[in-house]
Every structure is written in C-alpha cells, then in structure tokens.
Design a protein around this ligand. Structure first.
Ligand SMILES: [Zn+2]
Length: 412
C-alpha cells in the first residue's frame, strides 16, 4: 500500500462577504475533491493546536508527524536546504527579501516590486565579493524565487538568538538586528548581520541593475531584509520512524527544506514554480510516477496561499479549480486499489486579513480500506461532520501509516 498526501497551501479560508458568506473552497467547482470526500473519510484538523496560526514550515512538520513545538528551530535553515545549500550544524540561516528603501532606510516595498529572477541573480552575484570583518565567519547568499533569497552564516561562535531586520510592514524603518539573549555569541552574530546589511546596501544602491530598474519605473532592490534566523533541526527521518521511502513534490524552497530535513527525496518538476501559474499537471504526473517507487509522496501546491495573501478571491477560486483538475488526473492514473489519497491544507489563509489564521482545515482520505462517512463535499464546514472528527496535524501521519501497516503495536 502507498499514500499520497496533497497539500493545498492556505487553501482553507473563512466565509467571505463577496462570496455570499461562503469560502473559496465552498464556491469552487471541484468534482474530484467532492468525489474524494464522498467515497473517503473526512474530518478537520487543528494543524498545530486550536486557534494557533501555523507557519507553512511548522505546519508541514506537523503534517509529517512531528511535534513542531518540540523540533522547530527557525525557518532559515529550511529555506537554505530547500534551495540545495548544504547546511552545517553550526550554520545560522535566514530567509531574506530584496526590498526597496528610501534614503532614511524607510521600507517602501518589501518585495522590490516582486523583482524578476534575472535581476535578482545579477544583484546577488555582486554581493559575493563582500568580506566580513570577523575573519572566521563566511557567508553564502543566494536569490531563490523573485524577491526571495537565503543567507547562511558559517563559522564558530554564532547564535540564532537574534532579532529580524525586516520590520514586516511598509512605511517603517529597517530594524537594527539585536541579540535576544545575553550570550557573547548572539551579540557577535547581531553585529555581523548589521555590518552585512550595511555593506549589501552600499553595493545594491549603486548597482547598474537598480539604475536600470529606476529608469524603467521599477522600484530598486536596494536592501536585503533578514528574518527567521534558524539552525538545522535535529529530527529523525520519516524513513527511520516508519520504514517507508518518502518523496516530496514541491516547488517552494521552504517546503522542500522541511521535507529534506525529514529525509525525503526531492523531485524537480519542470514548470513547477510555487506561483499561481505553476504547472499543476506536471506536478500531478510527477507525483503519480513517484508512487511507483516511494511508499509515501507529499504533493504540495503553493498557489492558493499566494492568492490569499494578495486578497485575490477570484484567483483563489480559480487555483482551487486547477488543483481539482490535478486531482482528477491523479485519481485517473494512480492505482487506487493500492493507494490512499489524502487532501488537506496546511493552514487557513484569510483573503480578508491576508494572514495565516488558526481556524482548522478540512481533510479527506480515500483508499481501499477506509471507512467512509456521510460527507459528500470537500469543504471547511462539510468535512467537520466527517468520521475523523477533529484532529491535530501531527495525528495525520500515524493514521496514514496505519493504513500502510507501518505503525508498531502499542502494548502486548
Ligand atoms: Zn502554508
């Protein structure tokens, strides 16, 4: 037996006035999701705990069966790993944004107009020559998708107990990075990062790419904002816990990093971008193919979360319908006599607030020996009436692995 877990990032939502107080999932045309719900068993999940808004990283850890409160050590290392950087135990990693500031360091655009990859790559290249004044510390900087980038600090006596430079909102000044504890290491690390921020800015503000951007009427990417300092979490790979071979199909580096940490294989899929324009069908094909080799496959689609953060209700409904067509392909091509197919979201993302919210998410599992229930439609409210009731995110993996016969008996 095999298991496929499909995660629509931020796919759950709250009822919206614009949709007659229905959610995007409730109004979307989604025959395949409804089929899954009607033949399968449904429920809702508090991914972390009731009322706690999950990050995509902690949510994915939970959905892979880990206690995120226990193992989470910051976002940065997942981003770096997911981008293919080999992260060492002593490294401190950050998630970064190319952003736009004015001459007073006031943030004008946290995404530098969602700068194109080609521009970001040229800017990133020019930062490599920078030297840190502390001789034993090196840094690696890489642009990833659009305005996103990762920074890895490497050396001894570093600490992740430091604050962000990213103020999180437009109209505020870039923050000075501060130590969050009394240690020499935290103070030392904060000092290096403030120095790097200044040196990055000096190169970026004079860079020809930015001069061209300004000439074209685009915001210059003249600062790197840092956040989410993290180290490599120490977790036991899924393969060791359950004795399964596991594969991840995801474009987003954060999710790839989490899955890599969990010991999963990462697939590269042509046209999978982590945006609303991703190649849904290519991902579906890759997932079905991966099921030939792997016992457990995670298929992650970032698009609904992107639409929600932008408050774009219409786009959210459209991407849910695209995920439905992706699911149709999977249900058509996968060996359903041998496969448990699960659909859920990693968290609720509200189109009104543009934020992750702590509301539970819907869940449906279909497969050969699933005890079905009376739920006929996949949605936040319908699934609440399902046979799985209300679970925590970390309960899902044991449930799936039990279907695969991979959970050890407790007791005699
Ligand atoms: Zn997410």
């Amino acid at each position: 037996m095999k298991a496929l877990l499909i995660i629509g990032d931020g796919m759950a939502d709250r009822p919206l006035k614009e949709l007659g107080w229905k959610t995007p999932l409730e109004v979307a045309r989604k025959p395949s999701m409804n089929h899954l719900a009607s033949v399968g068993v449904c429920g809702i999940m508090d991914i972390i705990a009731p009322g706690v808004p999950p990050g995509s990283d902690t949510a994915t850890l939970a959905l892979l069966g880990y206690d995120a409160f226990h193992v989470y050590s910051g976002r940065g290392a997942f981003e770096a790993l997911g981008w293919g950087i080999k992260v060492l135990d002593s490294d401190v990693c950050f998630r970064c944004n190319f952003a736009t500031i004015d001459e007073n360091f006031m943030v004008l655009d946290r995404r530098a107009g969602r700068i194109a990859d080609a521009d970001a790559a040229k800017l990133a290249e020019s930062l490599k020559a920078i030297k840190i004044s502390a001789p034993l510390v090196k840094f690696l900087f890489a642009n990833t998708v659009q305005h996103r980038a990762v920074l890895v600090l490497r050396g001894s006596k570093l600490s992740s107990a430091i604050s962000d430079s990213d103020p999180g909102t437009v109209g505020e000044k870039v923050l000075e990075i501060k130590p969050l504890d009394e240690s020499v290491e935290a103070k030392f690390t904060a000092g290096i990062l403030n120095e790097l921020t200044q040196k990055f800015h000096e190169i970026l503000k004079e860079h020809p790419v930015n001069k061209e951007r300004v000439a074209r009427g685009q915001p210059p990417a003249n600062i790197i904002l840092l956040r989410g300092a993290g180290t490599l979490p120490k977790i036991k790979p899924i393969g060791e816990i359950y004795g399964v071979d596991a594969t991840c199909v995801a474009a987003t580096s954060l999710i790839r990093g989490v899955c890599k940490t969990a010991g999963m294989h990462l697939l590269d899929v042509e046209g999978a971008t982590g945006t609303a324009q991703t190649n849904y069908m290519a991902k579906a094909k890759a997932a079905v193919k991966a099921l030939e080799k792997s016992d457990f496959v995670l298929l992650h689609v970032k698009a609904p979360d992107v639409a929600s953060h932008d408050g774009n209700i219409k786009q959210k409904v459209e991407v849910i319908e695209k995920i439905d067509r992706m699911l149709a392909y999977i249900l058509n091509k996968a060996d359903l006599g041998e496969t448990y197919v699960t659909l859920t979201a990693d968290h609720t993302t509200s189109c009104v607030t543009g934020n992750h919210e702590g509301d539970p998410v819907p869940l449906a599992i279909m497969g050969p020996y699933v005890r079905g229930d009376d739920v006929e439609e996949f949605g936040e409210r319908t699934c609440a009436k399902g046979g799985l009731g209300r679970l925590k995110g970390k309960d899902l993996m044991p449930i799936l692995m039990n279907f695969l016969g991979k959970v050890k008996k407790f007791g005699a």
